[in-house]
Design a protein around this ligand. Structure first.
Ligand SMILES: [Fe+2]
Ligand SMILES: [Fe+2]
Length: 153
């Protein structure tokens, strides 16, 4: 794991170190990056951006970032995981439902997560600062992962 600030580690450890969350390591997301690495990277970017700003719900933002892609299947393997609907449109909802089931996330975290694919999911426009920040850093990290040939740390 790359070197993270202690405060960030304390915020995420009780989730990231569970067997349930560790499952994200086996699913590749973009390029050579697992969903686990992607989610931690997005969470850290969100944390870094918002940690010293007033009026941000930092805990909910970090949680939403950790769970935004908690859909728990390999979206490249269309035969094995024959989902109803296109992954890009459906996975925010799937991730919310999985995170409620496994970690009982609160309503605000759900709300931040559900709009992270905007503008692809036109009907789920971010409704909070945290929602916009997650959507922005998710795209930034995904672009880096897709176009970076070498796996980044
Ligand atoms: Fe996503
Ligand atoms: Fe993502």
């Amino acid at each position: 794991m790359k070197k993270y600030e202690q405060d960030f580690i304390e915020k995420i450890n009780y989730i990231v170190n569970t067997d349930k969350y560790q499952r994200l390591k086996v699913f590749i997301h973009h390029g050579k990056t697992s969903i686990y690495e992607h989610s931690l990277d997005v969470a850290y970017h969100c944390y870094e951006y918002a940690k010293n700003k007033k009026n941000y719900n930092l805990d909910d933002l970090v949680l939403a970032a950790l769970f935004h892609d908690y859909y728990l299947y390999d979206w490249h393997d269309k035969k094995k995981y024959n989902r109803k609907g296109l992954h890009g449109f459906t996975h925010p909802k799937t991730s919310v439902l999985n995170a409620i089931r496994d970690f009982n996330i609160n309503k605000n975290v759900q709300k931040i997560m559900i709009s992270h694919m905007f503008p692809l999911t036109l009907f789920h426009i971010p409704t909070s600062k945290e929602g916009w920040i997650l959507s922005f850093f998710d795209k930034k990290c995904a672009l880096k992962e897709t176009f970076c040939k070498k796996k980044y740390n």
